[in-house]
Write a protein that binds this ligand. Structure first.
Ligand SMILES: [Zn+2]
Length: 353
């Protein structure tokens, strides 16, 4: 077998259909040439258009202001019915082109979101930034690269966390959302421009996008986008509107509180907010729903620790005022235990989201 063949197997081994052809080619010497050509053709096609398949039906975009739209993802867990879109995908139209915030959870959603953008504007997508290292921020990035987007940005910590966890993150999202729409996703984190605290991008017409990081929290690394000329802020998962907060193994609630406060201090009071989860809103709302919730829970957990209570006692903390929030049932008990472990040095486990 030639070296070209083994290269092909490596590049496409995640697609069971293609992999099947490759095994067949190996077993049938006389057909090897033509089957390999076919396999290479399919791979080439995927890479030239980013995604081969039907447009999936996403929610209608919400107009935030002139030239700014967000597709507000499902407020429940990612699953096949929402195609994994349970955060927000946004775009901003500038003089020189379109800025996209979040890549989508897979190439199918990225492609479908791109079609929505194209029905609103003829301007090309020129920039992409992703909110953090999670699958729904990142896994669609190879689609954007394949369709020619070359200005891709992420916080340095988020970019390396995604690169290191790529296999597990992709497997976890494919399991939850569907193999078929996830399999074409590739790790293109090496194509990203990284930043640490602040990166200013000139987007034409005298406008800029400021990519900002105020510290760890929901994820160790995160990217916020602030557009001063429009008084507009994309908080990523630093800010939630209505949806119950989810604490993963890598979440540090204490840091998140500090990070939220630093963000709030740096932003105009009347800034328009597109949060990580939930509809566009204002700073007062995400302060109540995000910072307020974390401060309340932390205070209540600390009271119980001070009274000598243990992990199993955390479930008696009253969270009835938050019970109507989406995914409250799936998160509220775990959230108190997470803070308990954080404050007592417990093991927070491992998760790949
Ligand atoms: Zn998220």
């Amino acid at each position: 077998m030639s070296t070209t063949m083994s290269g092909t197997v490596q590049a496409s081994s995640q697609d069971p259909y293609i992999a099947g052809f490759e095994v067949y080619a190996k077993e049938n010497g006389s057909l090897t040439g033509s089957i390999n050509a076919y396999v290479q053709d399919v791979n080439k096609t995927v890479r030239s258009v980013g995604y081969v398949g039907k447009e999936v039906s996403l929610p209608q975009p919400t107009k935030v202001m002139d030239g700014v739209y967000t597709v507000v993802g499902s407020l429940i867990w990612h699953n096949p019915s929402n195609f994994g879109l349970n955060n927000n995908l946004s775009w901003i139209e500038f003089e020189d082109g379109v800025f996209v915030f979040n890549a989508g959870p897979n190439p199918a959603v990225a492609h479908s979101f791109h079609q929505i953008i194209k029905r609103h504007t003829n301007k090309p997508v020129k920039w992409l930034a992703v909110e953090n290292s999670q699958g729904h921020a990142y896994l669609g990035a190879s689609y954007w690269y394949d369709v020619g987007v070359r200005n891709m940005y992420s916080h340095s910590q988020a970019n390396s966390d995604f690169a290191n966890g790529y296999q597990q993150i992709k497997a976890s999202w494919a399991r939850a959302v569907g193999q078929a729409i996830t399999q074409d996703a590739r790790d293109v984190s090496d194509k990203f421009t990284e930043f640490d605290d602040k990166l200013v991008i000139n987007v034409g017409g005298g406008e800029t996008v400021e990519l900002l990081n105020f510290g760890p929290g929901h994820t160790p690394g995160s990217t916020l986008a602030y557009i001063p000329s429009r008084n507009l802020l994309f908080t990523g998962d630093v800010g939630y509107n209505k949806r119950s907060l989810a604490f993963f193994s890598y979440t540090n609630v204490g840091y998140w509180i500090d990070t939220f406060k630093a963000m709030k201090a740096a932003m105009p009071e009347d800034v328009v907010v597109v949060p990580g989860h939930g509809a566009p809103t204002d700073m007062a709302t995400i302060t109540r729903d995000t910072l307020g919730y974390m401060e309340y829970l932390t205070k209540e957990v600390q009271k119980k620790i001070d009274a000598g209570q243990k992990e199993e006692d955390m479930s008696s903390i009253d969270q009835s005022m938050y019970k109507d929030r989406p995914v409250f049932q799936q998160t509220h008990e775990h959230n108190t235990v997470h803070i308990y472990k954080e404050l007592t040095g417990g093991d927070l486990g491992m998760s790949f989201e």
